[in-house]
Design a protein around this ligand. Structure first.
Ligand code: ADE
Length: 419
């Protein structure tokens, strides 16, 4: 059995235990896996997945393999890998996985290239690094590519930029844009896992503290509401006027980040943009301020400026680095500014990843069936698939809902009746 690159074989049994634990909370994916095992819709298709290597991703990978796929994985972030899962995937599940927590940038890209060496026909990406590398450095692989799927907002933004520049050479499904993905994963998943990570790493009390959340997209909404739920005073910062009104009407204080900087005890970026916390913000923060990012890339906090403003840094706890500022303050950076929820905790809980990865699995099948009709573009999954995932999720929760009567259906399709 050929394997990928992982840290420690002795972790495999523990990884397998945790993969099975996550499976208990992924009933929709389980239904898909059972059908895939019978129908083999992905038979012989070579897939490269660049994903966070977690217990939930392992369950997706097992599902794709059950469908007949010939699959390899690599990490989509240097710090998000769960080493026990990477070992279990390699040694127990027979899925070559190139992922080591804390790998350096050179290793990260070596692992991406190793996954591309598999000559994928389908790509499954989280953040668009695989698609990007494939287009820029491995374009010889393009003729064999059928299509791809992208998991996250940041990746979808990059894909649209590629389309605008005429750079994208094959169709990609924006899994993120399914309602059963972003309504739940981005909001409840990021909301819970981000706070989980900050609490695990710092053990700080949220109640009574001022938490500044930069960005009020789906992730920002989740983080803000969960921080409020723990008793924090939450300030939201935004650049989008509509999102800002939404935050105001949801009951949050809204102000420019420069005004929030001296007020915040904990800062969380979830914007998908560059240097959202910049030098002038860092200069105004309180002594002891904690700064974390839960967006995809580690560039939302200007770490270069933080280093520049400090005389040195020291580890306070795992994933907590205290920067000694020239003026005597200390600012604590969590998880090197990488996505804190996956670096200092375990990412989103399985129950929401169930729907996200149901979209990935059904997306792979849908792409194979329909790619011949697609030009290189960014697509969404059909509404019927999205709705079916929601129906199955409700069923697994034991929740029934109403259905339209024939009369109501006719009414909704009519335009003639009025007052
Ligand atoms: N993205 C956020 N949480 C995740 C998880 N648990 N597994 C894979 N990708 C994720």
């Amino acid at each position: 059995m050929s394997t990928g690159d992982f840290k420690d074989a002795s972790l495999a049994a523990k990884g397998k235990q945790r993969i099975d634990w996550a499976a208990r909370d992924m009933p929709v994916l389980k239904l898909i896996r059972d059908r895939f095992a019978k129908e083999k819709p992905l038979a012989g298709i070579r897939i490269a997945g660049c994903l966070h290597i977690t217990t939930e991703t392992a369950n997706l990978a097992i599902t794709l393999k059950a469908g007949g796929a010939d699959l390899v994985l690599c990490a989509s972030n240097p710090l998000s890998t769960q080493d026990d899962v990477s070992a279990a995937l390699n040694l127990i599940e027979g899925i070559p996985t190139y992922a080591i927590k804390g790998e350096d940038t050179e290793t990260y890209y070596r692992h991406l290239h190793a996954a591309l060496d598999h000559r994928p026909q389908l790509t499954v990406d989280d953040g668009c690094d695989l698609v990007n590398t494939l287009h820029k450095e491995r374009s010889d692989l393009l003729p064999e590519i059928i299509g791809g799927m992208e998991e996250t907002t940041t990746g979808v933004v990059r894909l649209h930029n590629m389309v605008r520049d005429g750079a994208l050479k094959y169709p990609v499904l924006a899994v993120n844009d399914s309602e059963t993905k972003h309504f739940f994963d981005n909001r409840y998943g990021t909301g819970q896992s981000t706070l989980d990570a900050i609490i695990r790493s710092t053990n700080l009390l949220f109640a009574g503290r001022t938490v500044v959340v930069a960005g009020y997209g789906w992730c920002g909404k989740g983080v803000s509401s969960r921080a409020r739920g723990l008793g924090a005073n939450v300030i939201v910062t935004e650049v989008n006027p509509v999102a800002a009104i939404e935050a105001v009407m949801d009951g949050f204080r809204v102000m420019p980040l420069i005004e929030a900087a001296p007020l915040g005890d904990i800062f969380i970026t979830v914007t998908g943009d560059l240097h959202v916390i910049d030098r002038h913000h860092l200069e105004r923060m309180k002594d002891g301020a904690v700064v974390a990012n839960s967006g995809h890339f580690n560039d939302e906090i200007n770490i270069g400026a933080l280093e520049d403003l400090s005389v040195g840094h020291a580890t306070a706890r795992d994933f907590v680095e205290g920067y000694a500022m020239r003026d005597g303050r200390t600012i604590y950076l969590l998880a090197e500014g990488r996505l804190v929820n996956l670096s200092a905790a375990e990412g989103h809980p399985a129950s929401v990843m169930d729907m996200s990865f149901a979209n990935q699995a059904l997306g792979a099948e849908y792409m194979l069936q329909n790619a011949k009709n697609f030009s290189p573009q960014v697509l969404t999954l059909p509404k019927e698939i999205d709705q079916e995932i929601a129906r199955l999720k409700l069923k697994s929760m034991g929740i029934a809902i109403d259905t339209l009567t024939e009369e109501q259906r006719r009414y909704l399709n009519d335009w003639q009746s009025g007052t």
